[in-house]
Design a protein around this ligand. Structure first.
Ligand SMILES: NC(=O)c1ccc[n+]([C@@H]2O[C@H](COP(=O)([O-])OP(=O)(O)OC[C@H]3O[C@@H](n4cnc5c(N)ncnc54)[C@H](OP(=O)(O)O)[C@@H]3O)[C@@H](O)[C@H]2O)c1
Length: 238
């Protein structure tokens, strides 16, 4: 029995690895990242991948299968808002195809490749979950402020892709639930440049967000598959 965290080196990835181990001590927790991790937790199995492309993920899935473990849960934290060359757009004139493509790739394409390669590893007879961290700003209905074109649109695409996969997998994997979860604004590398605008009581520590996300996971049922959920467990509109 194993649960896997993808994007395990990130702020939420590290906190979720720890929280899953606390809440599910009977599970082997596997932490997958492209980066070497210094703060390793005893008992967690760490795997470093070169990147998250089709070929690498396929090889990872083959190794996981050969280990004989049963996959019971996946949390992918993979996502990006900015890097050295990319910053969220305030207006149309800042829109560049390279930024749009990069964010769509990291926020929507990679998570779906992860799901694609995890799907054959789920035991159809066991309750299981696949949770991908998304963002409330990806909700089309709740977009009142505008801006952040690439991030918003790539998370909206992610939500649609997950919903589409949930419809397909409901037929073959009746005990599997797929969900997109909004973690809330959390103090990590991703939110750093924007924290000044966030009220102190609305910026959460990664440990608190991880606790909330695992609570959401505990409340998930197969009938909820394909939904986008707030960290308090409420369903958000797409
Ligand atoms: N922090 C917030 O306030 C907030 C709010 C709403 C939603 N979210 C969502 O929550 C998730 C986790 O965010 P975080 O705050 O923990 O951010 P983070 O510390 O930056 O971690 C994000 C993880 O995504 C992976 N990643 C980043 N850039 C990538 C790239 N170019 N190619 C492949 N993988 C890449 C990395 O995985 P490796 O371990 O492999 O390096 C990284 O650990 C994201 O999906 C984010 O959109 C966060």
């Amino acid at each position: 029995m194993a649960m896997v965290v993808f994007g395990a080196a990130g702020g939420l990835g590290q906190a979720l690895t720890q929280r899953l181990q606390e809440v599910y001590p009977q599970q082997q927790i596997v932490a997958v990242s492209r980066q070497p991790l210094d703060n390793r937790l005893p008992g967690v199995r760490y795997t470093q991948l070169g990147c998250y492309d089709d070929e690498t993920l396929s090889r990872w899935a083959e190794d996981f299968k050969n280990s004989g473990a049963t996959l019971e849960g996946v949390v992918s934290t993979i996502g990006m808002l900015h890097d050295d060359e990319t910053f969220p757009e305030k207006q149309l004139s800042e829109l560049h195809s390279s930024n749009l493509e990069k964010l769509f790739h990291v926020n929507a394409v990679i998570p779906m490749l992860v799901l694609k390669h995890c799907q054959p590893l789920f035991d159809k007879k066991t309750n299981a979950f696949f949770v991908q961290l998304s963002a409330k700003v990806g909700s089309i209905e709740e977009n009142y402020l505008g801006g952040w074109y690439s991030y918003r649109a790539s998370k909206a695409a992610l939500n649609m892709l997950l919903k589409t996969a949930a419809i397909e997998l409901k037929r073959s994997h009746k005990k599997l639930v797929l969900a997109a979860v909004h973690p809330g604004t959390t103090d990590t590398k991703l939110s750093k440049p924007f924290q000044k605008r966030v009220a102190e009581d609305k910026l959460y520590e990664p440990q608190l967000s991880a606790k909330r996300i695992v609570d959401v996971i505990n409340g998930l049922e197969p009938s909820m598959s394909g939904g986008l959920f707030h960290w308090d467990g409420k369903k958000l509109p797409y």
